[in-house]
Design a protein around this ligand. Sequence first.
Ligand code: SAH
Length: 258
Amino acid sequence: MGAGPGDPELITLRGWRVLQQADVVLYDSLVDTRLLEDLDAELVFVGKRCGNHHMPQEEITELLVHFAFEGKRVVRLKGGDPTVFGRTGEEALRLAQFGIPFEIVPGVSSAVAVPALAGIPVTHRGLADAVCVLSAHRQEHDPELSIPLYHPRTTLVLLMALQTVETWTPQLLARGYPADLPVAFVCAGATERQRVVVTTVSRAAADAQAAGLGSPALAVVGRVVGLRDRLAACERTAHWRRYEHPRQVETREEVCAL
Ligand code: SAH
C-alpha cells in the first residue's frame, strides 16, 4: 500500500480504509507515523535509509509470508506509490509463489506530487510533454544511470537524488543537457520541513551541498522548473502555505530567470 508523500492526508481513501482493517502493518521510514496512531494492529518498522539498512529486503519479504501464514491481514505500507522504487514486484512475486492472496493499493507518488506542491507541474503544454522518472541510486556494478538523451520537452524527475548528484550532473551534460537548464531540489516535500533549491545543471552539485539539503529529496530537471516563480507569486492554496515556510525557499535568482 502507498501512503502518499509526506503529508498523511495524501493517503487514498481506499488505503485508509484497508489500513483500519490490518492486523499487522510493516512500514517504512518515509511513512508518517501519524497514520498509524490509532490503529489496532501490530506495528513493525522495517525502514531502510540509504546506507543504513534497518532490515534486509529478503527478511521483509519473508516477514510478509510469515504473518500471512499466521492468518493475519498484513499491510505493507510504503511512502508514495508502492510500485515506484518500492520493491513491490519482488514482494508480490514471493506472495504469489506461495499462493497468498494480495492486493496492491496505489498511492500518490512523490515523483509527481512533490514537484507539484513546490509549484512545478511535471508536464505543461508547450514546455514538457514527457516525464522520465528515474532512480539516481547507482547500482555498484553499473554506475551509469538510465538518463535519456536531452530533449527540451522532457522533464526528468530523479529520485534518491542527493547522494549521487556529483555523478549524475556530468552524465546529464554528456547526454546533451544544457549547463544552464534549471534544476530544482525538493526536500521533505509535503511536510512542514519542505525545502526547495532552484539551481542549474552545472551548479546543482555545489548548490545542493552549500544549502545542506537533507533526505528525502528529489530533483526536477527541465524547463517546467521555470514555472515555479510565476505560480508561487499567485498561489494561495492551503498546501503551499502549509508546507513551505518562506524563509526556507532559496531561489538562486541569477540562474533561474528562464
Ligand atoms: N515509492 C516512493 C519512492 C521511493 S524511492 C514514491 O512513489 O514516492 C525514495 C525517494 O523518493 C527519495 O529518495 C526521494 O527522492 C523521493 N521522495 C519520497 N518522498 C519524498 C518527499 N516527501 N519529498 C521529496 N522526495 C521524496
